[in-house]
Design a protein around this ligand. Structure first.
Ligand code: PLP
Length: 405
C-alpha cells in the first residue's frame, strides 16, 4: 500500500525535492494533485525546544510521522532516543540513524519482533503490561540480563482529546505482581504511561504521577526510570493549549520529591508543525467544498474524529470577503470522506481556488492511502512559517522574508 512506502521509507523523498519560499508559490503553480509542504525549520525548532527546555530526556514517538527526512532533522537537532512500536519502525530508525537508541514501547509485541529488535538492532528497552508479555520478552531475548523493562500503567485520559486509556496498561492497584516480577527480570525497571493525545492541561501529568507514586508505594519496588509518555499538545482551531513550559514545570515538580530519572515520548508536539497540504477546490455546493484530499489522504482525523485544522486561502490578490464556515468532501466516492469542520474560509471561495490546510505533520501525513486512486506523493520544502506554532509568536506574514533553511 501507498502508506507503507512513505511510512517505511521504501520510497524516500528524492534528494532534489524543490525548495520554494512559501505556500502561495505552490498555488501559483496550479498543481492538479494535492501537494504536501514540509518545513524542516519548524521540526528543528520543536526538537531544540524539547532538548533545551524539557528537564528529562525527550524520545520521539515515531508513529506520529515516520518520514526518514523528519527523523534525520530531529536527530540533527538533538533527539537521540526513539519510541518505536513495530518491527518495521525499529528497522526504519535503525537504518536511518544507526547510532540512535531505540525503545520498543508497544506493550503487546510479536515474539519474533522482540528477538529481532534485541539481537539484530540492539534494542534493550521494552514496555509491557502483563506477565504474559514479560514471559514473552524473556523467552525472545533468551533471558537477557541487560534489559530495561517499563511497566505500562493505565492512567486517565480525561484531560486529552484522544484517549489512550482503554487498550493498554495495568491498573495501578493491580500493578504490584507485575512490577515485582519485572523487577526480578530487569536490569533497570521503568514505569511508563500515556495521558492520551493532545492533553489540554498540565494537570493530566500531575494526576498520572499521583497514580505512579501510589503504585510504587504499594508494590514497594525500586524504580529506576519513569516515562511520562506523549500527549504534549499542538495548537489547532478551538484547541489552544497553555504554553509547553507549563507542562514541563508540572512534570518537573512531580519529580522533585521523587528522585528518579525520567523521559517523555512526544510525537505530535515534535512534528505537527512540520507539514501541511495545499488542496484545490473541485466543486462548491453551498457551504460544502469538494476538495482533492480527504479522509483517506491526510485528513483522517478531520473526518473520523472531527478534528479541526487551520486553513488559509491562497489567492492573490487576497480575498477581502469575510470568513464563512465550510465543511469539506474529499475526492473518493465514499460518504465517509467528509470533514465536518467548520473550517473558516472567505465566503467567495470557489472552484479552482487553492488553500492550505495546516498542522498535518502529526498523524495526517502518516495515515495517507491511495484508496480509490487518489492521493499524491508530491512534496515540496518551504521556508515560510507554519500557520500556527507552539514555539514562536512570529506571524507568517512577518516571518516569510527572514526565514532561511
Ligand atoms: C502514540 C504514542 C505516543 C505519542 O503520543 P503524542 O500524543 O503524539 O505525543 C507516545 N507514546 C506511546 C506509547 C504512544 O502510543
Amino acid at each position: 500500500m501507498h502508506q507503507d512506502h512513505r511510512a517505511l521509507g521504501l520510497a524516500p523523498l528524492s534528494t532534489d525535492v524543490p525548495t520554494v519560499s512559501g505556500a502561495i508559490d505552490i498555488a501559483q503553480g496550479k498543481p492538479v494533485q494535492p501537494v504536501t509542504l514540509v518545513r524542516p525549520h519548524a521540526a528543528a525548532r520543536a526538537a531544540r525546544f524539547f532538548v533545551e527546555k524539557f528537564p528529562g530526556r525527550s524520545m520521539y514517538a515515531v508513529k506520529a510521522n515516520p518520514s526518514p527526512e523528519l527523523i534525520r532533522i530531529l536527530w540533527d537537532n538533538g533527539i537521540t532516543h526513539y519510541d518505536v512500536a513495530s518491527i518495521a519502525e525499529v528497522r526504519l530508525v535503525a537504518r536511518t540513524l544507526p547510532d540512535a537508541t531505540l525503545c520498543f514501547m508497544h506493550p503487546v509485541k510479536a515474539e519474533e519482533a522482540i528477538a529481532e529488535a534485541y539481537f539484530t538492532h540492539g534494542v534493550r528497552t521494552f514496555s509491557l503490561d502483563s506477565l504474559e508479555e514479560l514471559e514473552k520478552i524473556m523467552r525472545a531475548t533468551r533471558n537477557a540480563a541487560d534489559l530495561t523493562l517499563c511497566v505500562r500503567l493505565r492512567v486517565s485520559s480525561e484531560h486529552s482529546k484522544l484517549s489512550l486509556a482503554s487498550k493498554f496498561g495495568v491498573a495501578p492497584h493491580e500493578a504490584k505482581p507485575l512490577l515485582f516480577a519485572a523487577r526480578q527480570a530487569a536490569d533497570a525497571l521503568g514505569i511508563c504511561f500515556h495521558v492520551g493525545s493532545q492533553a489540554m492541561t498540565p494537570d493530566a501529568y500531575a494526576d498520572a504521577m499521583e497514580r505512579v507514586r501510589a503504585a510504587i508505594v504499594e508494590a514497594a519496588v525500586t524504580v529506576d526510570v519513569i516515562d511520562v509518555g506523549g500527549g504534549f499538545p499542538s495548537s489547532y482551531p478551538g484547541m489552544e493549549p497553555p504554553p509547553l513550559e507549563r507542562y514541563f514545570e508540572t512534570i518537573h515538580r512531580a519529580f522533585e520529591s521523587l528522585p528518579i530519572s525520567y523521559s517523555a515520548e512526544p510525537g505530535r508536539a515534535l512534528c505537527a508543525e512540520y507539514s501541511s497540504i495545499v488542496v484545490r477546490v473541485e466543486k462548491r455546493r453551498g457551504n460544502e467544498l469538494y476538495i482533492n484530499d480527504g479522509a483517506y489522504g491526510a485528513l483522517f482525523d478531520a473526518a473520523h474524529i472531527g478534528w479541526r485544522f487551520p486553513v488559509a486561502l491562497l489567492r492573490e490578490p487576497e480575498s477581502t470577503v469575510r470568513d464563512h464556515p465550510f465543511s469539506f468532501y474529499g475526492p473518493t466516492c465514499d460518504d465517509i470522506d467528509h470533514m465536518q469542520g467548520p473550517f473558516l474560509l472567505p465566503a467567495d471561495i470557489q472552484t479552482s481556488d487553492y488553500f492550505e490546510i495546516g498542522m498535518l505533520g502529526a498523524y495526517g501525513s502518516a495515515m495517507r492511502t491511495a484508496f480509490n486512486g487518489f492521493g499524491s506523493d508530491e512534496t515540496v520544502i518551504v521556508a515560510d512559517e507554519p500557520m500556527v506554532s507552539m514555539y514562536t509568536d512570529v506571524e507568517r506574514e512577518a516571518a516569510s522574508n527572514v526565514v532561511t533553511l
